[in-house]
Write a protein that binds this ligand. Structure first.
Ligand SMILES: C[S@@+](CC[C@H](N)C(=O)[O-])C[C@H]1O[C@@H](n2cnc3c(N)ncnc32)[C@H](O)[C@@H]1O
Length: 244
């Protein structure tokens, strides 16, 4: 899922000579943020809910890893809300990372950038977060492997938090979630045909799994008490603490 239906990196940074790089980055961030709010219901709520859970459960001065951090929206929310936190933004796309770098420059050394994949060796962390990124993992077996790797790099009492779209094992309930998504897009001026076009484009690279499967995968990966913290339509904040 991406504001540009063509792919996560499409249009992230352009090379028009008439604008300064920093102005470009600012425009890209503003465009991206506006678009994602148009297309993804409750995106702002998801970030707020995630940050609230983190504030409640993270240790002091947490080392946070943001998987698929993209343009840095979640990292920015974390860095603002937790003044002692440091955030490593990991993303496979160097153009997204360039935008995140510009957006997070004001936080200095509290924001670190890593070009890499979810499946690469991950840094030890107090909190691992992700927003709208792990739906790029195509099946539950690969997702379970990533959850296991996350569990291994979390310190004891660490927290994993995923903010993403989830569906249901019951097709009727999945249909309801898509109806909800359509309604919310409609309320932001996205007509049904355009919305269905986005769904079709995203379906080529995104997989929204049943929430029950996500929670079961977390349990299989070594998190004893996975939990859904917040859900509205497809928008879901879920995760678990690492407990021995
Ligand atoms: C829809 S964007 C979401 C970005 C950001 N978290 C947000 O909330 O706006 C998904 C991000 O995941 C990244 N991504 C996709 N597959 C990845 C992978 N295998 N490893 C690391 N990053 C990946 C993309 O490059 C993109 O920046």
């Amino acid at each position: 899922m991406t504001p540009e239906a063509g792919g996560c990196d499409a249009g992230a940074v352009s090379n028009e000579p008439s604008h300064s790089a920093s102005r470009h980055l600012a425009l890209d961030v503003a465009d991206y943020d506006a678009q994602i709010r148009r297309l993804v219901p409750y995106y702002g709520d998801l970030l707020r809910e995630g940050v609230a859970v983190m504030k409640a459960l993270a240790p002091p001065a947490p080392r946070v890893l943001d998987l698929g951090g993209g343009t840095g929206a979640l990292a920015e929310a974390v860095l603002e809300a937790l003044p002692e936190a440091t955030v490593t933004v990991l993303d496979v796309d160097p153009e997204m990372l360039a935008v995140a770098r510009g957006r997070l420059a004001r936080f200095g050394g509290r924001a670190v950038f890593v070009a890499g994949r979810f499946t690469d060796a991950l840094p030890l962390s107090d909190v691992v977060v992700s927003s709208l990124a792990l739906h790029h993992v195509p099946d539950i077996a690969q997702k379970t492997a990533i959850f296991r790797a996350v569990n291994e790099v979390l310190y004891d009492d660490g927290l994993f938090l995923n903010l993403d779209a989830t569906m249901s094992a019951d097709p009727a309930l999945t249909a309801l979630a898509y109806d909800h998504w359509l309604r919310e897009m409609g309320a932001r001026g996205v007509g049904e045909a355009e919305a269905r076009g986005y769904f079709a484009a995203w379906a080529e690279e995104d997989t929204y799994l049943p929430l029950a499967d996500e929670l079961a995968a977390l349990r299989a990966a070594g998190f004893p008490h996975p939990e859904c913290f917040w859900r509205r339509g497809p928008a879901t904040a879920y995760g678990a603490r690492k407990i021995d």
